[in-house]
Write a protein that binds this ligand. Structure first.
Ligand SMILES: O=C(CO)[C@@H](O)[C@H](O)COP(=O)(O)O
Length: 224
């Protein structure tokens, strides 16, 4: 199973963003968190910053929109060239239409679930998606502790993906580190967002390699 490691720039130094992302050229994607201070109690950045970031790196961009009204705002990120756009199902009015729109614009269509949101009511949406994001912290801030009570939900989501015969990425985000990544991979996740575990150390590139090695090893041991 291929695994992907996506450093979250939320833990990077925003004043030196181009230099920070240059340190993780070995990453699969750059994870970019957009927060609007409504859907989550924090405010980060928007499309102009993302457009500048795209000029500063060749690494594809993995957008995570923690915003209200993603139906209105998400397509613009796909149009700007983001390779992956994740919206929250709790905020979307018409998730199927939105997913189709994102795919039509050439992006990986992805839907996120807050920790308290179950996957089962959304099973029918899975064929419309390229990726599902199971949040492993309450969205809003980096550096929180991994919620291991999310492991059964990751497992269940992987089962439902298999039940529908789909090839879908299953992303986890929040508290992912060298201590927690193997249990996520064993549960069925294959895309790993890591902020503080990558950027808080002295060698972000080495941290990406280490996380990839741990995740790939755990995935190979259980072969989902
Ligand atoms: O979406 C979020 C937080 O809401 C994340 O992407 C965080 O940025 C992850 O940070 P760490 O938990 O890895 O430090």
């Amino acid at each position: 199973m291929t695994v992907q490691i996506n450093p979250s720039i939320l833990s990077a130094d925003f004043a030196r963003l181009a230099d920070e992302v240059a340190q993780v050229r070995n990453a699969d994607w750059l994870h970019v968190d957009v927060m609007d201070n409504h859907f989550v109690p924090n405010l980060t950045l928007g499309l102009p910053v993302v457009e500048s970031l795209m000029k500063a790196t060749d690494t594809p961009i993995d957008m995570h929109l923690m915003i209200e009204d993603p139906d209105r705002w998400a397509p613009a990120y796909a149009e700007a060239g983001a390779g992956s756009v994740t919206f929250h199902v709790e905020a979307a009015t018409a998730p199927i239409k939105l997913a189709r729109d994102l795919r039509a614009k050439g992006a990986r269509a992805s839907m996120a679930l807050r920790p308290a949101t179950p996957i089962e009511p959304y099973e029918d949406l899975l064929p419309e998606l390229d990726m599902l994001l199971v949040m492993t912290v309450e969205p809003g801030f980096g550096g929180q502790s991994f919620l291991d009570v999310m492991l059964p939900k990751i497992r269940r989501t992987r089962q439902l993906i298999a039940k529908h015969g789909l090839q879908m990425w299953l992303q986890v985000d929040g508290g992912v580190s060298a201590k927690t990544i193997e249990m996520c991979a064993e549960a069925g996740a294959d895309v790993f967002v890591a902020g503080s575990a990558v950027f808080d150390g002295t060698d972000p590139g080495a941290a990406v390699d280490r996380l990839r090695g741990l995740a790939a090893g755990a995935a190979a041991r259980c072969a989902h």
